[in-house]
Design a protein around this ligand. Structure first.
Ligand SMILES: [Fe+2]
Length: 291
């Protein structure tokens, strides 16, 4: 159960210079389905909801906004109050996305835009022929990683699941999923959006689909130490990294103490100390935009 104001991760909205290529990546490689096309973008989902991923055509690749689902109307009202108390710039007092009932959007630390909403519309479920069951988490690289961690805690009630090093990385949850948002100290870029599937065999199928298109996994399958998920990663057309994962730790004790790792401990792959040197160099920035 969720204890805080955010009950679920909602969606990621990505600005892309090649809308068709991005949608093809999401449908043909990841296995999502298009739920709606509007002037504002293309909406996609794995789960039986209106959207979990949105692509917006743009002259620059980057993150448009990060969507979070408030527990209910009272929780949304409280997030609005806390955002106002933080003196953040409110971009819109209404939702940015189609398919949600109520919500607002603001500019958070380091230019990241958060859209918080209630009333995500249901949608007819897809055939589940291949692809993930649902959207799971994001991972991005704030310059001030501690500042972002404190902000997510203060404004949304995210809790710490794992802590790595001295202000190096924080894995934070809003519900039993070990992390909905993972933060690793970096250069202010978004690294990956992650999708839950049922079986490690699905990760192999992802590798096969990439191979048939002359693409590749950039890492994995691995089993992470922090979160215990088995994960594999590729780079989508926008430059963002996509993770497909299974077997993520579920935390039902809301007061579980954070697991603490040394920065040099192997929190990233329980099966091997090897890691591709360029893994963290991929990613896309937040994008300036006007609504
Ligand atoms: Fe991840």
């Amino acid at each position: 159960m969720s204890w805080g104001l955010i009950s679920e991760m909602g969606h990621v909205a990505i600005q892309t210079t090649d809308l068709n290529a991005s949608v093809a990546d999401a449908t043909d490689i990841l296995g999502l389905r298009v739920t709606e096309r509007t002037d504002g973008g293309v909406y996609l989902a794995a789960n039986a909801v209106h959207h979990e991923l949105v692509y917006v055509e743009s002259s620059r690749n980057g993150i448009h906004s990060l969507g979070l689902i408030a527990r209910d109307g009272d929780a949304l009202a409280e997030v609005r109050r806390r955002a106002a108390a933080e003196n953040v710039q409110i971009l819109s007092s209404r939702p940015l996305s189609a398919g949600v009932a109520d919500g607002f959007a603001f500019v958070g630390p380091e230019g990241w835009i958060f859209e918080v909403y209630t009333g995500m519309a249901p949608a007819e479920a897809g055939p589940l022929s291949f692809g993930p069951d649902r959207y799971g988490h994001i991972n991005f690289h704030p310059v001030d990683v501690r500042g972002m961690m404190l902000f997510l805690s203060r404004v949304f009630d995210f809790r710490l699941s794992d802590v790595i090093g001295d202000d190096f990385a924080y894995f934070m949850r809003c519900n039993p999923d070990h992390h909905g948002i993972a933060l690793i100290k970096g250069r202010g870029t978004f690294h990956h959006h992650a999708w839950q599937t049922q079986s490690v065999g699905d990760l192999a199928k992802l590798g096969d689909r990439l191979n048939r298109k002359g693409r590749e996994l950039i890492w994995g399958p691995v089993r992470h130490g922090a979160g215990h998920n088995i994960a594999a990663y590729y780079v989508e057309s926008s430059g963002a990294v996509v993770e497909l994962y299974t077997d993520l730790e579920q935390i039902y004790d809301d007061d579980r103490e954070p697991v603490v790792w040394g920065q040099d401990e192997n929190w990233y792959n329980m099966w091997s100390d090897r890691r591709p040197d360029d893994f963290r160099t991929f990613g896309i920035p937040p994008v300036d935009h006007h609504f």
